[in-house]
Ligand binder design. Structure first.
Ligand code: PEP
Ligand code: MN
Length: 235
């Protein structure tokens, strides 16, 4: 999330195409401290405005235990990013919050690590946890950002009752491959998808290379519906 205009334009476009939640980062965990770090609380306020305008509930990342109360004022779902999957203070803090949690798999985390991270949240009585497969690091990141662990989806579905979300955008990291990996995620049994969308991805302050344009998102959603029907699911 970079600006009011960019957020609202994206929010209306994804809603139109069938998205059911709006995810935007106000606090961004960037690999480099010199990269865009997000709009902070001003961004949370913009997300609330976008929810008001579209009716879409808001998902946003919280990076620090000290920010959980603030982010929970605005967010409908608290995201824990891959880099924080084993930040146990943070997991304890969101476990005490009365908001659903979207827990992203750490980039080098095993399935067991992910399930145990979820247990931290659950152990405080917060039973609203979604697990997210977002790709893991492997030896080859030349043509794809991460390796999308499609295996993890049916395995997690077998091991837990928690919903499993696929994030092909961060997994493959390449715009033209996001649609195929989204369809693979649905075929594998994912309960939801996270897809990054930007009105002008080549100018995006974060993750432009993997962001779809709104027309690409709409086209993907049509095929997602067809794929879901093929595996006896509905969107
Ligand atoms: C994100 O969801 O935008 C993000 C930073 O992803 P991850 O934590 O999976 O790298
Ligand atoms: Mn991102």
């Amino acid at each position: 999330m970079e600006s009011r205009e960019q957020l609202l334009e994206t929010a209306h476009a994804v809603k139109e195409a069938g998205a059911t939640l709006l995810r935007g980062g106000a606090y961004k965990p960037r690999t480099s401290p010199y990269s865009f770090q997000g709009l902070g609380e001003a961004g949370l306020k913009l997300l609330a405005e976008a929810r008001e305008a579209t009716g879409l509930p808001i998902v946003t990342e919280v990076m620090s235990p000290t920010k959980v109360d603030l982010v929970a004022v605005y967010a409908d779902v608290l995201q824990i990013g891959a880099r924080n999957m084993q930040n146990y203070d943070l997991l304890n803090a969101v476990g005490r919050a009365h908001k659903p949690v979207l827990l992203k798999r750490g980039m080098s985390a095993t399935i067991e690590d992910l399930l145990m991270a979820a247990e931290y949240v659950l152990s405080h009585g917060n039973n609203q946890v979604m697990l997210c497969e977002r790709g893991i690091r492997t030896f080859d990141n030349k043509y794809a950002r991460n390796a999308f662990d499609v295996n993890a989806i049916p395995v997690l579905k077998e091991l837990t009752h928690l919903p499993v979300i696929a994030d092909p955008s961060h997994a493959v990291g390449v715009r033209r491959h996001v649609k195929s990996m989204a369809l693979a995620g649905v075929a594998a049994g994912a309960d939801g998808l996270i897809i990054e969308v930007h009105p002008d991805p080549d100018q995006a302050a974060s993750d432009g290379a993997q962001s779809l344009t709104p027309p690409q998102f709409s086209e993907m959603m049509v095929q997602v519906k067809t794929m879901a029907e093929a595996v006896d699911r509905v969107v």
